[in-house]
Design a binder for this molecule. Structure first.
Ligand code: UDP
Ligand code: MG
Length: 314
């Protein structure tokens, strides 16, 4: 019998734990003789009673496992921890807030059985999204697909199934600032897609603020592409060339050909233009370098990417 692990990252989801558990149990029922299901909740430093709710389920149902983080590490790390603990034949990631329609898990499994090693849930366009989020995500996907080494499918979510071979490879990533779905995309493997309409969040509020999402997007740009780093170089070349030619033109005009145009620039004006350009180049380069240095720094110090306080899975 094949085994399947459902990984659920949960941050302040006390009211959603029981409903998502009930919904999953309903989905498992017809497959009971075919697959051994386990549910792994990763409590990501919730401040409410999420852990209590999980422990309650775990005490009455042996197939409910959990990891309890010592503080909030973010969803990306929570799902990573879940995948790291997976010993099953496949791992399915689901949000705790019921936005991912769990009844589609049957479809994920079918596609997996047909040979897909990664089955990705792709969200149909949602009417309820605020315009800022819509524009933001459109911009993100158009930029990342132009500059990154891997293609990122728009609206591909974390609602996905990965085979154990993918789990094994995924576990080799050591970078700590990560976007789980981007890393899975980076790995490649045979993939298939399941399309779904996202439900409204059942209880509570989404904890991803604009700035958290913005940070995640910036992080993906940096970790998946070298273009931002090169951009500073290109900008530098363009600006230096432009400044060089115009400076040369003005100098020649002033001292050799005595053109009207060149004489309208005073020495200090020329100098000001030059300095502005140079300062511009320096600032962009330094700013971008700083981003990369920060990234290198983070990796080099090799902090553990999460700290588990308690667990009932090996
Ligand atoms: N989540 C988490 N840690 C966090 C934020 C969110 O584990 O720091 C979980 C959350 O409990 C939910 C999933 O990640 O199961 C998606 O979060 P949310 O609904 O806030 O984001 P959105 O639906 O906007 O992607
Ligand atoms: Mg949500």
């Amino acid at each position: 019998m094949k085994s399947i692990l459902i990984v659920i990252p949960a941050y302040n989801e006390e009211k959603n734990i029981q409903p998502v558990y009930d919904a999953l149990k309903k989905v498992f029922a017809p497959f009971a003789s075919l697959y051994a299901f386990e549910i792994l909740f990763v409590n990501d430093g919730s401040e409410d009673n999420t852990l209590g709710e999980i422990e309650k389920l775990a005490s009455s149902d042996q197939t409910v496992k959990y990891l309890d983080f010592s503080r909030n590490f973010g969803k990306e790390v929570a799902t990573t921890a879940g995948i790291n603990s997976c010993k099953a034949d496949a791992c399915i990631m689901v949000d705790a807030d019921m936005q991912h329609p769990v009844e589609l898990i049957a479809e994920f499994i079918t596609k997996w059985e047909k040979g897909a090693e990664v089955v990705v849930g792709v969200r149909n366009k949602s009417k309820s999204d605020v315009w800022l989020k819509k524009i933001g995500s459109r911009m993100f996907y158009s930029i990342i697909n132009k500059i990154a080494e891997v293609k990122v499918v728009p609206n591909a979510t974390d609602f996905r199934l990965i085979d154990k071979v993918v789990v094994e490879e995924f576990n080799r990533f050591t970078e700590s600032s990560r976007m789980t779905r981007a890393l899975i995309d980076w790995l490649g493997f045979k993939r298939d897609y399941v399309y779904f309409d996202a439900n409204e969040r059942l209880h509570g509020t989404a904890s991803y603020s604009f700035w958290k999402l913005f940070g995640l997007a910036m992080n993906s740009f940096i970790s998946l592409s070298l273009v931002p780093l090169k951009l500073a170089g290109y900008l530098g070349i363009i600006i230096t060339t432009f400044a060089g030619i115009s400076g040369f033109y003005i100098l020649l005009g002033k001292y050799f050909f005595h053109t009207q145009f060149a004489s309208t620039f005073s020495d200090s004006e020329n100098l000001a233009i030059l300095i502005l350009f140079l300062v511009g180049i320096l600032l962009t380069s330094i700013g971008l370098l700083a981003l990369y240095v920060a990234n290198i720094h983070k990796e080099v110090i090799g902090r553990p990417i999460y700290v588990v306080r308690k667990k009932n899975i090996n």
